[in-house]
Design a protein around this ligand. Structure first.
Ligand SMILES: [Zn+2]
Length: 131
């Protein structure tokens, strides 16, 4: 079986539902961060605990990439997804045609293969429309 490695450690997890993003939460004021913060930008507290973020959110905006990028063949889609926690997450979108996206539509996290590095498959998160 092919080895898989995350594109970044501690940013997401795979679970029975597919996967979730991992953020952290300030123990003092409750602000939630994604990606994780080293300290709270609101109250400067340094005590933050890991939290599993909601799998679903709403598409705030998106764009279609048409120029070659390091790891993505054009066309590809990038979006901003608003999560119920009050976070706006920047993420690649699962590309299924340029007409697939609508502002405000429900989106969910999916963990998938992104690219290969040698004999290892790099995996990461994307968002896709909820069907
Ligand atoms: Zn705080």
């Amino acid at each position: 079986m092919e080895k898989t490695i995350p594109f970044w450690e501690g940013v997401f997890r795979q679970d029975d539902e597919g996967g979730s993003l991992l953020g952290n939460k300030c123990s003092a004021c409750g602000r939630i961060y994604f990606p994780k913060a080293q300290f709270c930008f609101d109250c400067l507290a340094q005590d933050l605990e890991e939290v599993v973020l909601s799998r679903r959110g709403k598409l705030y905006s998106y764009t279609i990439g048409r120029l070659p990028a390091a790891h993505f063949e054009p066309p590809y889609a990038l979006g901003l997804i608003d999560l119920p926690e009050g976070l706006r997450v920047f993420a690649p979108l699962q590309f299924s045609g340029e007409e697939s996206y609508r502002i405000g539509m429900a989106m969910e996290v999916t963990i998938e293969a992104l690219w290969k590095e040698g004999d290892q498959q790099v995996i990461g998160y994307k968002f896709r429309p909820v069907v």
